[in-house]
Write a protein that binds this ligand. Structure first.
Ligand code: ZN
Length: 142
């Protein structure tokens, strides 16, 4: 019988593949909860999730898909609510219209900062009003 991989955290051999949606830390993202779970080698004893070299690409792909999906949702949500154009949203985010198009199309992954800004604008209509350059003089009067 083949021996299981040893857990790097607790040394247990009670390890096996399990579906996991994370959250996983990734690049400058602190944690990404996957849109669809992937198979991850997991320790049954301590819960440690081990990333094997062969799994890294799969995880990258799943994370990039998740971030793209969420970014698309945020962009659509903001544009529908604010009746603005994608080019206006790009100006508010401080990115070029081309970059925002690439994010929406999945060709580029936004930096965590841009993603976080998108999320804030999507979840909080007031944040959009304050961030809109057209409202800057008014906001300065507070
Ligand atoms: Zn363990």
């Amino acid at each position: 019988m083949a021996k299981n991989k040893r857990c790097g955290e607790c040394g247990s051999y009670e390890t096996g593949y399990r579906d996991s949606a994370g959250p996983f830390p990734w690049k400058d993202y602190r944690q990404v909860l996957l849109a669809s779970p992937i198979r991850v080698l997991t320790c049954a004893k301590c819960g440690n999730e081990m990333s094997l070299p062969g799994d890294a690409k799969k995880l990258d792909q799943a994370i990039e898909e998740t971030i793209t999906l969420q970014s698309q949702r945020f962009i659509d949500q903001i544009i529908a609510r604010e009746h603005c154009r994608q080019i206006d949203l790009a100006a508010i985010l401080g990115v070029t219209p081309e970059h925002l198009s690439a994010i929406k199309g999945g060709a580029r992954i936004p930096s965590f900062q841009t993603f976080n800004f998108l999320k804030t604008l999507a979840l909080d209509a007031n944040a959009f009003k304050v961030a809109d350059p057209a409202n800057f003089p008014k906001a300065a009067n507070y």
